[in-house]
Design a protein around this ligand. Structure first.
Ligand SMILES: [Zn+2]
Length: 466
């Protein structure tokens, strides 16, 4: 600890050459009789001494009290306070160590006062762990009394760094450099980056107003640490006016970009919405078209079925009609043939009758007798003849049967010459006629003369003989 209470001179400061009250160090260090110096925090007895590094300070007497913050402070803490006091004095400000509030609500490690008394800043060496809540509460207590504060630590991972006005200091090699808490805005990268600087410079800039506590805009709170090139969240930094302006300018630009982006996104969303609606409409139209096509196909199919049914019905009707027509034709033809046959038969009959009308019954009998004689002569058998039975199949001649079933037809008597051409059976039979004239008529009608037998009977009746 660097302060002690002197029974006469009051508060002593071991970091000042005159102990802050016009006394020499030698007047309190190792003097006899002892001066009753006391601890400003706990009131316990203290004595002046020098450390192994010749650092002037005060130490509690033996049997020190259980609870004294000053007694519990480490050497590192003391050295940090000392370095702060040196830097504050170098900046032209007054520095008082271990100053407590009249009501005990705070006790500053080093209280810096502007020469004109317009500002007071508590520089607090905070090396032991403390919650963000507690350190904010302590910051607020200073603020109530119009005192600014800057928390200083040499710890690497202080959770409150950047949550309250703060700097991290690196005491390595006695150079005391601030490597976190002071930041500059890089307009090109669009971010804050810590600006490592000597502690003395930082203290001076804070005192002159070159650096002020700056609430970083939300978008820029990931601050790049120059020391390890890593990023850390820093809502509060010590910053210059230039950097604050650069951040504000960048923020304006970013807001403008955000607005443009927002407008673009809205435009795109609107287009997307339109596109989706169009897709939905197109899909609906497509479905409608497909339904229409299906309907048309169904109708076409039904029409085809109807048509093919109609065609097959028509075809069947046509076939039926054609069959009916053919049958009718055949019937007519048959009728016609029948009629012709009947006509022919009638004509044949007429021709046959006319042919036979040329001869009398007596002449028929005469002829029949001649044939019977012929049969007897050639076959020695009796011929059976019915002179009145004209045979249409033998051209209306009269069949002469010989010997019953044994000889069959013996010959045909006097077939009608005009009908011979239509009786092919006659060509193989013997034919009997009355005389040469009749034989000639049959020869002329096409019969073989060798088959014709005539009996030389006269054409006319021998009426004279009757
Ligand atoms: Zn004490």
């Amino acid at each position: 600890m660097f302060t002690a209470l002197h029974p006469d001179a009051g508060r002593l400061d071991a970091t000042l050459p005159d102990l802050g009250c016009g006394l020499a160090w030698e007047s309190v260090h190792k003097v006899r009789p002892r001066i009753a110096l006391t601890c400003p925090d706990c009131g316990h007895g203290v004595h002046a001494r020098r450390s192994s590094r010749k650092l002037a300070h005060f130490a509690h007497d033996s049997r020190r009290p259980e609870h004294c913050e000053l007694a519990e402070e480490s050497m590192e803490h003391h050295l940090t306070k000392l370095e702060l006091a040196v830097a504050i004095r170098a900046s032209g400000w007054h520095a008082e160590l271990e100053v407590g509030a009249p009501d005990g609500s705070w006790r500053a490690d080093v209280m810096a006062c502007a020469p004109d008394g317009s500002r007071r800043i508590a520089w607090e060496a905070q090396l032991s762990p403390i919650t963000v809540e507690d350190i904010r509460a302590r910051t607020d207590r200073y603020a109530r009394d119009g005192i600014e504060v800057c928390w200083v630590t040499s710890r690497k991972a202080a959770a409150w760094m950047g949550r309250v006005p703060s700097v991290r200091v690196d005491p390595a090699d006695g150079r005391w450099r601030v490597d976190d808490g002071v930041a500059g805005f890089d307009p090109r990268a669009g971010r804050w980056q810590t600006v490592p600087s000597p502690l003395a410079d930082v203290v001076r800039w804070v005192h002159t107003g070159g650096l002020t506590v700056h609430q970083v805009l939300p978008r820029y709170r990931r601050v790049r640490r120059a020391a390890d090139e890593d990023f850390a969240k820093r809502p509060l930094v010590w910053a210059s006016r230039t950097s604050r302006h650069a951040e504000a300018k960048h923020e304006t630009m970013r807001q403008r970009q955000d607005e443009l982006k927002q407008a673009r996104l809205e435009r795109e969303a609107k287009l997307e919405q339109q596109r989706k609606e169009e897709e939905v409409q197109a899909a609906a139209r497509q479905r409608e078209r497909e339904e229409h096509h299906r309907q048309a196909r169904r109708e076409h199919q039904e029409l085809q079925w109807d048509l093919s049914a109609l065609i097959s019905r028509g075809r069947r009707a046509l076939e039926r009609r054609r069959a009916e027509h053919d049958a009718e034709q055949r019937r007519l033809q048959e009728q016609e043939e029948e009629r012709r046959r009947e006509e022919q038969q009638a004509a044949d009959l007429a021709a046959g009758r006319a042919w036979w009308s040329e001869v009398s019954a007596a002449q028929r009998a005469e002829l029949a007798a001649a044939v019977e004689q012929e049969a007897w002569t050639t076959l020695t058998t009796r011929a059976q003849i019915d002179p009145d039975a004209l045979s249409p199949q033998y051209a209306y001649g009269v069949a002469a049967w010989a010997g019953g079933s044994r000889y069959g037809l013996f010959g045909v008597i006097r077939p009608c010459p005009s009908l011979v051409g239509r009786c092919p059976e006659l060509l193989r039979e013997r034919v009997f006629v009355r005389n040469a004239r009749e034989a000639r008529l049959l020869f002329e009608a096409g019969l073989d003369p060798a088959c014709i037998t005539h009996f030389g009977l006269p054409d006319f009746e021998q009426t004279t003989l009757c």
